[in-house]
Design a protein. Structure first.
Length: 94
């Protein structure tokens, strides 16, 4: 059985999610505009993880290297908005 944790990022505060290796995490940018052109996810505010029109980033079968701070940027063609950040901590199974 795969344990899934879905987290929607809201403006104004940072969140922390802790997982054990093998768990699945879904991060949702939480933007509800119908005019989304591009959603870009970043790790540590610099490493581009993905870029698409989907507001969801899935980390399947998490490993310790997935640990870090994630943020998404939503661009609707008019403006570009960053989400609040989420700190992901992935621990080894014991």
């Amino acid at each position: 059985m795969v344990n899934t944790d879905r987290l929607t990022l809201n403006d104004g505060f940072s969140l922390v999610r802790e997982l054990v290796e093998g768990q699945r995490l879904m991060l949702d940018c939480g933007h509800d505009s119908e005019d989304i052109v591009e959603v870009t996810w970043y790790k540590e505010n610099k490493e581009k993880i993905s870029s698409s029109s989907s507001t969801i980033l899935e980390l399947n079968s998490a490993v310790t290297s997935h640990s870090g701070t994630y943020i998404c940027n939503v661009n609707d063609g008019v403006q570009s908005v960053n989400s609040s950040s989420v700190i992901v901590r992935v621990y080894k199974k014991t």
